[in-house]
Design a protein around this ligand. Sequence first.
Ligand code: UD2
Length: 289
Amino acid sequence: MMMMMEMMMPCLCNGSRTDVVTVTPWLAPVVWEGTFNPFLLDSIYKRKNITIAATVFAVGKYIMFLKDFLQTSEEHFFVGFRVDFYVFTDRPNEVPKVNMAAGRMLTVRSVPSSNRWQEISARRMEIIQNLIEKKLQNRADYIFCLDVDSKFHGRWGAESLGGLVAVIHPGYYRDDRSRFPYERSPASNAYVAPGEGDFYYCGGAFGGLVEEVHLLAKTCRKNFEDDAKRGIEAAWQEESHLNRYMWINKPSKVLSPEYLWQDFKPKNPEVQIIRFSGVIKNYANIRPN
Ligand code: UD2
């Protein structure tokens, strides 16, 4: 331990990254490669004996992405920690067998199919809320909710842990907020007014402490359903509601687009490592509508 403390003496006068913003105006860290020491973080969180839950939905043809998602998670996602994956699918018989390290577990749960992808995507909030209420409250400390059509390529570990954790969307992080695809109709509960909004966050990855994510899922579900009763569907379904939520309830940790890139996007210089990235897919072939 002594050795590690010596090695780790932080320097206050010389930031490790000067090409990107590493803290938000509300003093939440923005996690980029080079801003943290993975060994130090692992040693801090290993001692806490934590369990991390992760949800992933593979409904309809999206089951085809599950094998790579799970296999690459074994290589990169919280390696050495206790991780419980919850797979939600309408095709439980097609869940691939993936060798998992000791301390890692996979639970498969059946969910109904739908003929609208928007509904599959948006209903995740309700299912996450229920999972937390019925199962996770005393069984997991943190939870991450991830898109299945993605693979891990680099470390995603304890540096990502926080109370409420959001990932900056790779498509808009260099843009002015007037270009963010927030829901712009004031009639929707997901409405973000011009001149509001911090970053544009991904619907494809978010997390934090179980109780924080419970509140987020419950609120987004309620707002989504309330919209639906009035015949409204926000521009990007639950992603729009998540963005509204994160504007009001600032995330305590923000993950850079390293934590959800898109394979079709060339890497920008400030992105030194891609940790998790959406695969290229043909929407017309895989979505139900
Ligand atoms: C974006 C978001 C996604 C969601 C969506 C808006 C990212 C990278 N992705 O992606 O999270 O917010 O916009 O609704 O931020 N799914 C199925 N079967 C289906 C359709 C969807 O299992 O037939 C699940 C699956 O886990 C998938 C997720 O829902 O990863 C999101 O659907 P998508 O990947 O089609 O959404 P997309 O690419 O528009």
